[in-house]
Design a protein around this ligand. Structure first.
Ligand SMILES: Cc1ncc(COP(=O)(O)O)c(C=O)c1O
Length: 400
């Protein structure tokens, strides 16, 4: 009898975490490594949020809360959806979980049956396919070309739909491309979805607050209210408020689904941390100056990184609307050889050689189901970014 259950064989460890761990280990050995592989803000959590957590500890908010979150936080989340997107969710139509990741996990485990198909536009966040597979679903990938700004075309969505389609994932702004959908971008997608009333929509808007040049991201229920009774609108505090360690994600969804996710969560983690929940209320209800400052810095870094990468021979980098990633093509480097004699045949060869020979950690596109590219997170100091991009330029220029 084997120890490890078959279900574990359906998934693989997160490749972004694997590369970040490798970079950290090389650094510990004394190598000069710049890690652009992690998906988290380099900023500290804003002070008023930290103070709310300290106050919660001092005032004894240190016990179990309702599984779905404190009444104060569910109310604050409902107000956030109304304020930012004009969507009316009642507090009981909200669940708070241990990060956005647990919301996805709960939703898939609570609804997907063996053989159900889940449409995932690619490039996609590494965890979607694995979570779907853990739930015994089958991911169906829809490739989104850089020629369309890495956004899904309505006709490609339509072509991927079968009688087995249960869910469609949307992620805007996107990890790994930074592509964000406007109202006009979502309209034709809504029109396809309206024709298929049995399909549910999971929209992951966790990077919503991080968009640049005044771009206004839209979310699906805001664009088409008729889809509200079959959509999960997910968001969270991790990225917007530099709170990755606090583990706060949430969603608005129809009551039936919230109850199912609540039931599942009640037998796994129960509530997320009571202290983090108090902090999240302060994040959602408090001043947004710190957020605006971070957005300004991210925008300047995005511009810098796109500029510098486009000067590297063999790379081609689009300027995305949001998040803190760029996803350049490295196809111009395929077939070439590095100074140390490594032949670059794939995007994975490229990132491994870049780490070995120049000490820059990035993530290969195949990890996001989109080969021929790589992802760089620019949520790191401007100084480190300049040095990393200089090294990437040198690496590409030295290929023969
Ligand atoms: C697209 C996307 N969704 C969800 C998450 C998960 O966020 P959290 O840390 O809140 O679980 C991430 C984190 O990297 C992400 O990039």
């Amino acid at each position: 009898m084997t120890l490890i259950a078959d279900r574990l064989n359906r998934i693989s460890p997160s490749q972004t975490i694997a590369i970040t761990t490798k970079a950290r280990a090389l650094k510990a050995e004394g190598r000069d490594i710049i890690s652009l592989s992690a998906g988290e803000p380099d900023f500290d959590t804003p002070d008023h949020i930290k103070q709310a957590a300290i106050k919660a500890i001092n005032e004894g908010e240190t016990r179990y809360t309702d599984v779905a979150g404190t009444p104060a936080l569910r109310k604050a989340v409902a107000a956030k959806f109304k304020r930012d997107s004009g969507i009316d969710y009642k507090p009981e139509e909200i669940i708070v979980s241990t990060g956005g990741k647990q919301v996805i996990f709960n939703a898939m485990l609570a609804t997907v049956q063996a053989g159900d198909e889940v449409i995932i536009p690619t490039p996609c966040w590494v965890s979607y396919p694995d979570i779907v597979q853990l739930a015994e679903g089958s991911p169906v990938f829809v490739s989104c070309s850089p020629n369309n700004g890495f956004k899904m075309r309505a006709e490609d969505l339509e072509a991927a739909i079968t009688p087995k389609t249960k869910w469609v994932f949307l992620n805007s702004p996107s990890n790994p491309t930074g592509a964000a959908y406007s109202t006009a971008d979502l309209r034709p997608i809504c029109d396809v979805l309206l024709k298929h009333p049995n399909i549910w929509v999971f929209t992951d808007d966790i990077y919503e607050k991080l968009t640049y040049d005044g771009f206004k991201p839209a979310t699906i229920v805001e664009v088409e209210p008729q889809l509200k009774d079959r959509t999960i609108t997910m968001n969270g505090c991790s990225k917007a408020y530099a709170m990755t360690g606090w583990r706060i994600g949430f969603c608005g969804a129809p009551l039936q689904l919230i109850k199912a996710m609540d039931k599942l969560q009640s037998q796994s983690t129960s509530n997320t941390s009571s202290i983090s929940q108090a902090a999240a209320v302060a994040a959602l209800e408090g001043p947004e100056e710190a957020l605006h400052e971070m957005v300004k810095v991210y925008q300047a870094r995005r511009d810098l990184v796109v500029d510098m990468l486009n000067q590297a021979p063999g790379l081609n980098c689009q300027k995305p609307e949001g998040a803190f990633y760029v996803f350049p093509s490295m196809q111009g480097c395929i077939g070439k050889t590095t100074p140390k004699g490594k032949k670059i045949e794939t995007d994975e060869d490229f990132v491994i050689a870049l780490l070995d020979e120049e000490g820059v950690a990035a993530v290969h596109g195949s990890a996001f189901v989109y080969p021929g590219h790589f992802r760089i997170s620019y949520a790191t100091s401007t100084e480190a970014l300049v040095e990393a991009c200089t090294r990437i330029q040198r690496f590409c220029a030295a290929l023969s």
